[in-house]
Design a protein around this ligand. Structure first.
Ligand code: PLP
Length: 298
């Protein structure tokens, strides 16, 4: 996001430009990453799968004992109003809830004023040529924490694990990191789920392997069903990606992104470019987004 890009922010009950949005330096979201977030998209003037995002948001809040400052209808209204104020038919939405202002020290019981923030802007995670050629993925040296640490199913504000994996990928000249779990099996990418296609069948790691239950992932599983492509949610190793005909990533920010290489090794017979099944899924996804949204004008 460049500073010059228009951005609208709902904070403290008002919608303001990004420069005018203020948060306390004593907010535990800033101090300790104590909070949760969602990333969503507006496609063709509709918030894609808003109820699913809100359900995941509320589940995350419940899991960390954070009382949201409003019920589902209120949060939905905040999202829709902010997206309306942004005024474009394509947008990216970042919904955040922090524990709020409290005493220094991790104790969340000192925080009495949880904050809800909604940022609406535009993003393009990868340039067009990357999307047509495919991105370069490298296996990160750090692992996804397992569910007995902080469950990766919680979209918490503490994304240092993803940040460091992404940083390592960039330092190594790649676009994105493949993150393995403690058992050395594939969890996901830094902020996206992973799919492998082999002999016309899709496979993606199970949530219990350390994957976020991604909403784009769920959409792709549904789309594959509609297209008659079998999908298995199962444990995958690096082998499954290296032996695949096609690999792609999914996420609200990234959407559907073909992978050209893993650790320098080309994926699939052609090595670069978007594979035929990935292309079919991308096409179908575009259509899908037009029918699964909550209109901004509702
Ligand atoms: C760690 C992680 N994995 C996967 C995803 C993709 O999930 P979704 O498709 O719901 O955006 C995200 C999205 O932000 C993420 O943060």
């Amino acid at each position: 996001m460049r500073d010059t890009e228009p951005t609208k922010v709902w904070i403290d009950g008002a919608i303001v430009d990004a420069d005018a949005a203020r948060i306390s330096v004593l907010d535990h979201g800033l101090l300790y990453g104590d909070g949760i977030f969602e990333g969503m998209r507006v496609y063709s003037g509709q918030v894609f799968r808003l109820p699913d995002h809100l359900r995941r948001f509320e589940t995350g809040a419940r899991a960390i004992g954070l009382e949201l400052p409003g019920d589902t209808d209120f949060v939905a209204q905040v999202v829709l109003e902010t997206a309306c104020a942004f005024g474009q038919s394509e947008a990216y939405i970042r919904l955040i809830a922090t524990r709020g202002r409290g005493a220094l020290g991790v104790d969340p019981t000192t925080c009495h004023d949880p904050q809800l923030i909604c940022i609406v802007t535009s993003i393009a995670l990868y340039p067009e040529e990357k999307l047509s050629r495919g991105i370069d993925l490298v296996t990160a040296s750090l692992r996804r924490p397992s569910a007995d640490a902080v469950d990766p199913a919680i979209k918490s504000l503490n994304y240092l694990n993803s940040v460091l994996a992404k940083r390592e990928a960039r330092l190594r000249g790649a676009d994105e990191a493949l993150i393995l779990n403690r058992a050395g099996m594939v969890a996901e990418a830094s902020v996206a789920n992973v799919f492998a296609v082999r002999d016309g069948t899709l496979a993606t790691p199970q949530v219990s392997d350390g994957a976020l239950p991604g909403i784009t992932r769920a959409s792709v599983i549904e789309i594959a069903g509609d297209l008659g492509l079998p999908v298995s949610e199962r444990t995958l190793g690096r082998f499954d990606l290296l032996a695949a005909d096609e690999v792609f990533l999914t996420g609200s920010g990234a959407r559907i992104v073909p992978v050209a290489t893993l650790d320098g090794q080309p994926i699939g017979p052609s090595g670069a470019g978007c594979g035929p099944i990935t292309a079919r899924i991308m096409d179908a996804f575009t259509h899908f987004t037009e029918h699964r949204g909550t209109p901004l004008s509702a």
